[in-house]
Design a protein around this ligand. Structure first.
Ligand code: GZL
Length: 308
């Protein structure tokens, strides 16, 4: 038999539009601000009521907000989990309340994947691979030692775990590459600067490359390298991920060497998924956004049109 006609989840009226509870992870980076704005603007476009809460990168606050959304009987819970684990209990409460959960940007690791309905975001492992592939291609010499400092994003977060894994997967086959120091940051400019000052104190000009899990930490590292008296982008190469305007500008001035894009404009795809679900349509479990890379040559052209 043909697929049965999708049956709307409930009647939608002017007085009772779709209501989403959005427990945002924080406001830690330029990328996060663009992500938040994309979700808020897309909800407005679709006349969807969005309750936005900022959890300041604290898991217990995200859980608290999710419980508030369950109590106020929203139609959907949307969040970007600050870390991968520790969500089973509260997501079971959402499931028992019959409220679907959509993961926007980051994934969770739970015992039962029916606890979340869909994931919209990036392939973080591939982002890490792209960063390393460029470096290997750029250096193109297996005889010189390449000493790398890695600035990691929030511990146990989906992007930090994936970006580390992808980068290591590629440099593993390069015997002259070494991560001389891998440091725990939190995706903020301040953490990038602080960690880079420590790395410079320990290794100084032996550092050839900095691999930062996001632009804000790379921009902090640039400040530290200049404060130390070296030239970022020349004495030490820098690679970062996100591709915010600030990073593209640093590419344009030669202080960054390569940037892998991570697309924060997930709002429209999220609202489409919400409307499809309410119309009774099946949602794909994962919707991976398309994203590219930028070099010093391509940064300037991109800056002319980039909205974040
Ligand atoms: C990636 C996102 C990361 C960004 C950071 O999808 O979760 O969190 O790379 C942000 O800038 O803090």
């Amino acid at each position: 038999a043909a697929n049965p006609e999708p049956k709307p989840v409930r009647e939608l009226t002017e007085a009772s539009p779709i209501k989403i509870g959005f427990a945002q992870v924080g406001l830690e980076s330029g990328w996060r601000l663009a992500h938040t704005n994309s979700v808020i603007n897309a909800a407005k476009e679709e006349n969807i009521e969005l309750i936005y809460e900022n959890a300041l990168q604290k898991q217990d606050k995200q859980i608290e907000f999710i419980r508030q959304f369950i109590a106020s009987k929203v139609d959907f819970i949307v969040f970007s989990p600050v870390v991968k684990t520790g969500w089973d209990e509260v997501l079971l409460e959402a499931k028992q309340a019959g409220i679907p959960v959509i993961l926007s940007d980051r994934e969770v690791k739970v015992s039962d994947d029916s606890l979340w309905t869909a994931y919209i975001g990036s392939d973080f492992v591939e982002e890490g691979r792209r960063a390393a592939r460029w470096l290997v291609h750029e250096i193109d010499d297996s005889s010189v030692p390449v000493n790398i400092v890695e600035l990691q994003g929030t511990k146990d977060s989906d992007p930090a775990v994936g970006r580390k894994q992808g980068f290591e997967e590629i440099i593993r086959s390069e015997p002259n590459y070494r991560i001389v120091q891998s440091m725990q940051g939190d995706f903020t400019l301040q953490s990038g600067k602080k960690l880079m000052l420590e790395a410079l104190a320990a290794h100084g000009s032996d550092i050839d490359v900095v691999y930062a899990h996001n632009d804000d930490m790379a921009l902090g590292a640039i400040e530290a390298i200049e404060q130390y008296g070296l030239r970022p982008g020349r004495d030490i190469k820098l690679i970062s991920i996100d591709a915010t305007r600030a990073a593209l500008k640093a590419l344009g001035t030669g202080k960054l060497n390569f940037v892998v894009e991570c697309n924060p404009l997930l709002g429209p795809q999220l609202m489409k998924a919400v409307k499809d679900y309410m119309a009774g349509k099946e949602l794909p479990m994962k919707i991976i956004t398309s994203e590219g890379v930028f070099t010093q040559e391509t940064a300037k052209r991109e800056l002319a049109t980039r909205e974040y």
